[in-house]
Design a protein around this ligand. Sequence first.
Ligand SMILES: CC(=O)Oc1ccc(/C=C/C(=O)NCCc2ccccc2)cc1OC(C)=O
Ligand SMILES: [Co+2]
Length: 173
Amino acid sequence: MNLTIVEYPDKRLREKSKEVNSFDETLHKLLDAMYPMMIETNGIGLAAIQVAHPVRVLILNIPDEEGNQPDENLIEIINPVVIEKDGETTYQEGCLSVPQFYEDVKRHETIKINYQDRHGNTQSLEADGLLAIAIQHEMDHLEGILFIDKLSYSRRKKFEKEYKKIQKERKGK
Ligand SMILES: CC(=O)Oc1ccc(/C=C/C(=O)NCCc2ccccc2)cc1OC(C)=O
Ligand SMILES: [Co+2]
């Protein structure tokens, strides 16, 4: 399965992702293709919609203290549901679908979710720190929401200006 990252302002990123009902070979092939793609592009989180599959699937691999992303840190999250969220934290986020742009985004500090793993078994996860931020960022993707949508008006204007320049440079290359 050959995947490419869909980049802003592509309208496909705005679709609402659909629930996964069959935990079959097709789903496993998607998960197995998303993971190397995320690692190769220096990502720590990736939602299926970012590779043009509007299904409620996301993967995360949060780097450890040395900045490595061992395979055992991979978490495959399907049909996530927020059970609890608390506190507030700000972090400079980036997104593989909005390359070379980073901005501070406010999120909940801790989050508890239920989800299904690749076999359809229900799991629950309580997270804080970067994992909590990543879960919220990726779950927004499932609703067609990007981190740039959460910027203040002035910072969004700054983004639009900057991003046009970035896109010109990248196309120019
Ligand atoms: C040039 C470029 O596009 O830079 C990047 C931007 C974003 C990313 C990855 C962003 C990412 O994984 N975001 C997941 C959501 C998230 C954001 C903030 C904190 C937790 C989770 C990787 C980039 O590639 C390189 C080479 O750094
Ligand atoms: Co993203």
